[in-house]
Ligand binder design. Sequence first.
Ligand code: PMV
Length: 360
Amino acid sequence: MTEKDFIPKPYSNTLEAGQVTWESPSNIALVKYWGKKKNQIPENPSISFTLNNCKTITSLSFSKKENHDGFSFEIYLDDEIKGDFKPKIQTFFERIEEYLSFLKTYHFEIRTTNTFPHSSGIASSASGMSALALCLMSIERSLGEVEMTEVFFNQKASFLARLGSGSACRSIEGDLIVWGENDVIAGSSDLYGVKYPYEVHENFKDYQDTILLVDKGEKQVSSTVGHNLMHGHPYAQNRFNQAHDNLKKLKSILASGDLDQFNLLVESEALTLHAMMMASMPYFILMKPNTLKIINKIWQFREETGMPISFTLDAGANVHVLYPKQNTHKILEFIKNELVAYCQNEQYICDQIGFGANQL
Ligand code: PMV
């Protein structure tokens, strides 16, 4: 598939107005995407667990408008108009217009809500952009004459979501999604996420992710700025090579079920992401003192109990604690007794692997 395959043929049906609603989850990367080329093309491949409980629910109402000069839309978050979201959506519409030729023919009302608390420091861009991309795809599907295949629908939704926020392309489906062309995963693409196509050991089914909200403040660095810091970064090329190597290693870990190796790999990925930020110019430390306290507690607990627990991080201070479902009882007890004290207002979210977005 190339970009051109996503340019639509002239639409045969007309729709005056309507409404579609999708819910779409967040995702957590095991091998991280950090650094991009033009048009949101990743510098290296990434792989993520799709989440189940952290979701955005978006309703998109559309009605034909008189002129076709520009984009016309309003955005509401929890029923409150959000003017400050407009520039991001405007940019998104500009990027995807070529692939959705109906965009300027409608006025849109976007109503969105998240299942996780806002400004929790959990990125809503992956769930938000994927939910919106899916709503737009539902409209496109109704405008076409020929039945669109499920595969194409998901591919194009992922392709569009990527143009909103790179990691959003990994939220359309589950449970493990790969994005970024590489030699290890057949069918992988820079343009959209694909379902991980190989056998996965029982150990990784129903994996749990308890998200510890260490710092709910505004992000210190936007991901756009962060990705750009990889241009001219002294360690960039080695990092991109490492991501390819780690994906290859992870493929055998996912097949064998080796939890020890899994833990080492995902933690190394998380720390490398943060190391890249610390080594860029300007530099950033996105962990907080409590992030480090939690990490050390996790290591101590793992050492003492032999439990298969590990952490990963996004570009922020919150900690994702990962573990197999069968260990939930003991690990959740540890989290409540020892880790929650380091969270802002003792807040945490229990999530687990999910299977992607749903139309409502
Ligand atoms: O999708 P973006 O541009 O917000 O980038 C997200 C990058 C990380 O969350 C830090 C890593 C990843 O692969 O999700």
